[in-house]
Design a protein around this ligand. Structure first.
Ligand code: SAM
Length: 261
């Protein structure tokens, strides 16, 4: 069965066996279920079902037909549960699994950031081992003072106990090859859920990433109050948003909330 990759679903199939193995090796050795988003032609799925129970969500009907054939036996043995669905619609209603799970995927890049943010909010998701475009991966794992440090880095710090790049992957590892390099990231989650108000506050902080943080926040909050808070926390008013760390963002937010309540 010949399948033509569909651009609109971000279908770049990972063909390099050594990268597939690196993704599988990065999965913690626990007894959590595995959820895979976008199994595609099933090359990663085949490695996953060797050791674990897997639930996979694939949007493309044609691929579902192919996967049902390829994994006929494994599906019969219940090691693999295959769902034809749009992952974002599933998340609108519920968690991707009713018990603890690790999310493993070569993500469709057009919705990679959205998927990571949904996984942060899903309390049953315990670990995330996924491939994204390198630029997005670097934003999530960035540390303070690195130029990529942004609101996504702060979110990731808050919901995780560790975040790392597993490997950088050249576009030649895929068929068809994407235009950009990719990276596999590993995020070990804690149990914190970020509230929506804090998310809005961070968007304000990073709205002009090269301007001063003080100026970004002062456009939305009282300048004098903010000045007092920066003084108290010993944060210089000239700092740019990427030069202030996650703990300091949390403190500024808490102090502002206290003043405004
Ligand atoms: N896992 C395969 C691999 O590594 O070769 C395929 C990865 S490919 C980058 C992304 C996969 O996600 C495709 O199979 C695509 O059809 C699927 N996909 C795209 N959008 C999706 C969505 N909203 N929900 C579920 N799957 C989706």
């Amino acid at each position: 069965m010949k399948i033509k990759p569909k651009k609109r679903f971000g279908q770049n199939f990972l063909k390099d066996r050594s990268v597939l193995d690196k993704i599988a090796e990065a999965i913690p050795n626990d007894d959590h279920h595995i959820v895979e988003i976008g199994p595609g032609l099933g090359d990663l799925t085949e490695i996953l079902v060797k050791d674990r129970f897997v639930t996979a969500f694939e949007i493309d009907y044609e691929l579902i037909t192919y996967l049902n054939n390829r994994f006929h036996e494994v599906i019969k043995n219940k090691r693999l549960t295959l769902n034809q669905s749009d992952i974002l619609k599933i998340w609108d209603k519920a968690s991707l699994h009713d018990k603890s799970y690790n999310l493993v995927a070569n993500l469709p890049y057009y919705i990679a950031t959205n998927i990571l943010l949904r996984a942060f909010d899903d309390k049953n998701c315990k670990n995330i081992i996924v491939m994204t475009q390198k630029e997005v991966a670097l934003k999530f794992v960035a540390k303070v003072n690195q130029k990529q440090f942004c609101a996504l880095s702060v979110f990731c710090d808050l919901v995780s106990t560790s975040k790392t790049i597993v490997t950088i992957v050249p576009s030649s590892a895929f068929k068809p090859a994407p235009k950009v390099e990719s990276a596999v990231i590993s995020i070990e989650k804690n149990s914190l859920k970020i509230d929506d108000e804090f998310k809005t506050f961070l968007k304000i902080c990073f709205k002009a990433p090269r301007k001063k943080l003080f100026k970004n926040i002062a456009d939305s909050y009282d300048k004098v109050t903010l000045n007092d808070i920066f003084d108290k926390l010993k944060i210089n008013n000239d700092k740019r948003p990427h030069e202030v760390d996650t703990e300091q963002y949390s403190q500024i937010y808490r102090d502002l909330k206290e003043k405004y309540e």
